[in-house]
Design a protein around this ligand. Structure first.
Ligand code: HEM
Length: 407
């Protein structure tokens, strides 16, 4: 059996075009729009020989593959490696890298910890923190928005919401980048991420232990499930790890990308100023338009068919959520950022049983920041070039100098 990037090599299925492209090329990761458009034009799937994978980017097939957990499993890894054939770099996640019935049991605990009620209780303190930060940045006028806003805000509220006793900003942010880069091929991005492991992983592992979790946060609710015998003590620690893996870099990216949209499309920002009730749907449009998690994989666990294409058992399928969110068949004028769109059905938070369990929290955090900006800032301008940071699974900014002006 021939292996490529930790999974079996396959022959291109009949009727699927062979596409000689590297979706993990740094230039594509920085500016993916042309790649997304080409991918959609290829049909339901394309075959990429460099990695011996299928790739899909039309809304219909991406949604089908991404949500059908019985045929396209997550337990074999949501990156290029097939965990049935290779050992992952860290113990496999109990949620995002699990299938039912195991997933059902652990997901239930996280759903309770991050319930709408639990996140609503944080809304007021989130808003106070956001108002304070935006006022401070407004006084400064020009600032580095990735570090001073997109990173600074989640780091000021998230560790407390989880109940961490310690909050090392760099460890929390870099761990997320590491986890997401690990989903790609053995390229420089992945190797650099793995090299950070010895510094970051022991710190993260310590924060997931019961003695390092304060009462009253999401972490405490998870350990209560261990006390009740619903999950083991070890599983509780692993579920806290899931929050630290998926809960920081993603919201940092959500805030950065939202600001980039508002700075790049000032007419859309003015619409929010005129009607602040559009702020919530505007964040959904940011998610659709910039898709913070651009790709996740699934593995076919059976021989099957999608849109008439035969897919063999063991095939890795790259689901390009960023391309699916730009599908004109789903959203007319998809290339336009439109805060009035209300883009129901976008895939940026996933879909089906693995749909983002932290989405209420993400919306509460980013919503607080956007509310503060809309209320206090009159104009947002790029004060220099916005530079995107290549990552094997995340589409995020690296640098973005911004000027806020207020009345
Ligand atoms: C803008 C912010 C966010 C985005 C774009 C995002 C995106 C996603 C996506 C696309 C998935 C689906 C993965 C899959 O189907 O394989 C997912 C799942 C998940 N997310 Fe988020 N996420 C965000 C924020 C958060 C936050 C704040 C947390 C936790 C505090 C979180 C925790 C998780 C977990 C644990 C899963 C796995 C759920 C499961 O497999 O059942 N996410 N997220």
């Amino acid at each position: 059996m021939e292996m490529i990037e930790g999974h079996i090599a396959i022959d291109p299925p009949l009727g699927v075009p062979v596409w000689d492209i590297d979706p993990y090329d740094r230039d594509i990761l920085r500016q993916p729009d042309d790649y997304y458009a080409q991918l959609r034009s290829k049909g339901p799937f394309a075959f990429i020989p460099k990695y011996s994978i299928l790739v899909c980017g039309r809304h219909e097939e991406t949604k089908e593959v991404f949500s059908d957990w019985e045929r396209f499993v997550s337990s074999r890894g949501v990156g290029l490696q097939d965990f049935k054939l290779e050992t992952p770099w860290r113990a496999q996640s109990l949620v995002v890298e699990a299938d039912p019935p195991q997933h059902t049991r652990t997901r239930k605990v996280l759903t309770r910890a991050l319930s709408p009620k639990a996140t609503r209780a944080l809304a007021e303190s989130f808003q106070v923190a956001a108002d304070k930060l935006i006022e401070k940045l407004l006084e400064r006028g020009t600032f580095e928005a990735v570090e001073d806003l997109a990173e600074a805000y989640p780091i000021s509220v998230f560790p407390d919401a989880v109940g961490l006793r310690e909050a090392d900003k760099r460890c929390l942010i870099d761990y997320g980048a590491m986890v997401f880069n690990a989903l790609g091929p053995d390229n420089e991005l992945r190797r650099n991420a793995m090299a950070m492991g010895p510094k970051i992983v022991p710190w993260i592992t310590r924060q997931c232990q019961r003695e390092n979790i304060k009462p009253g946060g999401f972490g405490a609710t998870i350990f209560e499930a261990a006390d009740a015998g619903e999950i083991t003590e070890e599983e509780a620690g692993m579920l806290v790890r899931s929050l630290l893996s998926a809960g920081v870099d993603t919201t940092v990216t959500g805030i950065g990308n939202a600001l980039w949209c508002l700075a790049t499309f000032p007419d859309q920002f003015q619409k929010l100023k005129e009607d602040p009730s559009l702020t919530k749907p505007a964040f959904e449009e940011v998610l659709r338009f910039t898709t913070p998690v651009h790709t996740f994989c699934r593995t076919a666990d059976v021989d099957t068919q999608v849109s008439g294409i035969k897919i063999q058992k063991g095939t890795k399928i790259l689901c390009v959520l960023g391309a699916a969110n730009g599908d004109e068949n789903q959203w007319p004028q998809a290339h336009r950022f439109d805060v009035t769109r209300r883009p129901m059905g976008h895939l940026a938070m996933g879909v089906g049983i693995h749909g983002c369990v932290g989405q209420n929290l993400a919306r509460a955090e980013v919503g607080a920041v956007l509310n503060a900006i809309v209320a206090k800032v009159d104009t947002i301008e790029l004060a220099g070039e916005a530079i995107w940071r290549p990552n094997n699974a995340i589409h995020a900014l690296d640098k973005m100098p911004i000027t806020f002006k207020g009345g």
